[in-house]
Design a protein around this ligand. Structure first.
Ligand SMILES: Cc1cc2nc3c(=O)[nH]c(=O)nc-3n(C[C@H](O)[C@H](O)[C@H](O)COP(=O)(O)OP(=O)(O)OC[C@H]3O[C@@H](n4cnc5c(N)ncnc54)[C@H](O)[C@@H]3O)c2cc1C
Length: 393
């Protein structure tokens, strides 16, 4: 594992920071993370604008193999993510760019690659993930939505739930039973379809504070052309491939550096009883611990990139990153809530500090331990498959 960067990478990294710093100037007030992308029209337009700027520079296809105009090096993607995370700019479709593209590169036919990779690289087509169902979350193989082949088309029926951004997405990737009597894990297809085809109803599931990110998606005789990733009936294999890319979400990890700097700055400049918060030994100690953990998470992100470069990333490695980064984000949000007290519980208010960042991260970051497969399930996978421990009855 070599963490040294080439001269070319160092130059590229400077360019990433320069462009992201410029894009940050256009950020709508209070824009923060995923929720701002999907909740408001303004946030969505800003996301698409940034996507276009990145696409122009070929940065949405950065780490793809040279034949698809990429550098072939995942480390470039991490450096780009660090710059975006630092400046808090969107523009990278977590579903299309980060999950689907590498999955298509790993499992897709030449036809699927030629059709979908340029779409994703253009930044103009955004995806959502139609996996979870009301009775199939952790146990995804229990899904009941069906895709029945009729010639060159599939007819899809069923219900999906928790679909992030379905109300904004242009296309979806999803998994459906294609053979009701087939052998488990060999009875589903991984399909791509346009979200504007007839028969799709999207119903919002809103946060308590009325924000809209998640949805239920009802599929009623939805007729779509057969666009399959991998083989028919073998969608489960594709699900596992995509899950590893999803859970090794290095962007979540690398975005924390700026949060830490903002927190330290706040503690240096805010006084309690005439003394800067930064002089409080308890606050110093907790911030220092988080700082160490953020460094560890950065190293984990580099390790994942290295494993991906060598084609050796396993579900266990990805699960470990997922657990560490989601729990670190939670700890960080919790620490900031402790430090800010009541000021940490408001945003878009004159009493809000750090642009309401604390309230937002407290609301948003707990979901990381549930989404992409819960942390309990990840720990089970690491225990069983990674460490070879026995399964509990
Ligand atoms: C913010 C967010 C965004 C999401 N976005 C999407 C999306 O865009 N697309 C999509 O398809 N899905 C999405 N999901 C759904 C997500 O993948 C599921 O919530 C997750 O897989 C858990 O499934 P579940 O909610 O059905 O919980 P369940 O599977 O019912 O689990 C409930 C609890 O039981 C525990 N549990 C279950 N089985 C076991 C076991 N065998 N051993 C130990 N503990 C167990 C779980 O850890 C959990 O604590 C999202 C979820 C969230 C929270």
């Amino acid at each position: 594992m070599d963490f040294g960067f080439t001269e070319e990478q160092k130059k590229r990294r400077q360019e990433f920071y320069k462009v992201c710093a410029e894009l940050e100037k256009y950020k709508p007030r209070g824009f923060y993370g995923l929720e701002s992308i999907y909740d408001t029209d303004e946030g969505w337009q800003y996301h698409l604008y940034c996507a276009k700027e990145f696409a122009k520079r070929g940065w949405l296809s950065l780490a793809w193999p040279a034949e698809y105009d990429g550098t072939g090096n995942m480390m470039d993607r991490v450096l780009f993510a660090e710059a975006r995370g630092y400046h808090g700019v969107p523009g990278v479709d977590i579903f299309g760019v980060q999950m689907l593209a590498p999955t298509i590169l790993a499992c897709g036919s030449e036809e699927i690659k030629r059709e979908f990779l340029p779409m994703i690289a253009s930044g103009e087509v955004q995806f959502c993930e139609l996996w979870s169902e009301p009775n199939a979350g952790s146990d995804l193989a229990a899904l009941t939505s069906t895709s029945i082949r009729q010639g060159n088309e599939f007819v899809i029926n069923g219900q999906k739930i928790w679909t992030t951004g379905a109300h904004r997405a242009h296309w979806s990737f999803g998994v459906y039973k294609d053979d009701i009597n087939g052998t488990p894990h060999h009875n589903m297809s991984f399909l791509l379809f346009d979200m504007k085809v007839p028969g799709i109803t999207i119903r919002p599931i809103k946060y308590m504070n009325n924000m809209h990110l998640y949805n239920e998606v009802f599929l009623d005789n939805v007729r779509v052309p057969a666009k399959i990733v991998g083989q028919e009936h073998e969608g489960w294999m594709v699900v596992n491939t995509l899950a590893a890319f999803e859970r090794s979400n290095i962007d979540a990890v690398v975005s924390m550096q700026r949060l830490l700097e903002d927190a330290v700055n706040y503690c240096n400049t805010t006084k309690q009883d005439g003394v800067p918060l930064a002089r409080n030994p308890l606050i110093r100690s907790r911030l220092a611990k988080i700082a160490g953990e953020i460094e560890a998470s950065r190293t984990l992100a580099y390790r994942v990139a290295d494993l991906q470069n060598r084609g050796e990333l396993t579900l266990m490695d990805a699960g470990a990153v997922k657990i560490f980064s989601s729990e670190l984000l939670e700890r960080f949000a919790s620490l900031m809530t402790d430090i800010l007290g009541p000021y940490g519980q408001v945003k878009l208010s004159r009493w809000a500090v750090m642009d309401g960042l604390c309230e937002r991260s407290y609301q948003e970051h707990f979901v990381g331990s549930i989404s992409m497969g819960t942390n309990e399930i990840q720990r089970n996978l690491i225990a069983w498959r990674g460490l070879g421990l026995p399964r509990m009855k």
